[in-house]
Design a protein around this ligand. Structure first.
Ligand code: SAM
Length: 253
């Protein structure tokens, strides 16, 4: 059966409690939940947060969800697409906690990071493979553009994994909870973020080639690599974020 909104619901109270615990939310926090579904996580969030904004795209679920949450006065159910939602309109800072539809993980994460000044943390249940790519360091085989582009703005940590059997209906993949500490500006000082990401994406688009070859479209790449103290025979996956920062600095000189 086709599930355009990635609807796999979570009912196990132990898993829901663990998500709350690693989200670090308190009664001082406004929490945004994306995709509340049938409100199982929402109820726990309501008990631990000051206010919960639950953004659900599926019009067919809204009536039921409002009924399920009717006793929870601090929850506001909003029917909207989280990928288009104007998060800037939310008063004050907010934390995001959600079991999200896996097919929109990457666009949703980048959409959320556009509002990083207002968001001290994000806690998401996502596909385990994606969680591993996000949290990988340059010594891991999963390391790539997603690791670098998220770690530029956040410190992500994989908190625990969740079996597919915990969901109704079960998805085809296992899941993991990732907690992101968000920094309003990059953890490492990058002068031109757009250029930095261009270099990273180009390097990984041909990850089997040496950097001299994969980055040959950039003028004087060999000189820049040497200036940055990087062996030109290395490949994209061998460089840490700091190495990429030095390399883009050298390319810009
Ligand atoms: N949080 C619930 C739970 O844990 O049982 C449901 C999780 S289910 C994996 C994902 C939910 O996100 C569904 O309720 C789905 O309708 C909703 N959803 C899908 N795309 C969305 C979008 N773009 N914006 C907001 N909600 C969305």
């Amino acid at each position: 059966m086709k599930r355009p909104f990635g609807q796999h619901f979570l009912f196990d109270p132990n898993i829901l409690k663990k998500i709350i615990s690693c989200s670090g939310i308190s009664k001082d926090d406004t929490v945004v939940e994306i995709g509340p579904g049938l409100g199982t996580l929402t109820k726990f969030l309501s008990l631990h947060a000051k206010k919960v904004l639950a953004i659900e795209i599926d019009k067919k679920l809204i009536g039921r969800l409002q009924e399920i949450l009717s006793m929870h006065d601090n929850v506001e159910v909003i029917q909207a697409d989280a990928l288009k939602f104007p998060f800037n309109d939310i008063q004050g800072n907010f934390k995001v906690v959600a079991n999200i539809p896996y097919n929109i993980t990457t666009p949703l994460l980048f959409r959320l990071l556009e509002f990083r000044e207002k968001m001290p943390s994000i806690t998401l249940l996502m596909q385990k493979e994606v969680a591993k790519r996000i949290t990988a360091s340059h010594t891991d085989k999963e390391y790539g553009v997603l690791s670098i582009s998220t770690q530029l703005y956040t410190k992500p940590s994989l908190k625990f994994t969740v079996s597919r059997k915990a969901f109704l209906p079960p998805p085809d993949v296992d899941s993991a909870v990732v907690h992101f500490e968000v920094n309003p500006s990059p953890f490492i000082n990058v002068k031109d973020e757009e250029f930095f990401l261009k270099v990273v994406k180009t390097a990984f688009s041909q990850r089997r080639k040496t950097l001299t070859n994969s980055l040959k479209t950039f003028d004087s790449i060999k000189d820049a690599l040497l200036k940055a103290g990087i062996d030109p025979g290395l490949r994209a996956e061998n460089l840490s974020i700091k190495d990429y920062v030095r390399l883009t600095g050298a390319l810009k000189q």
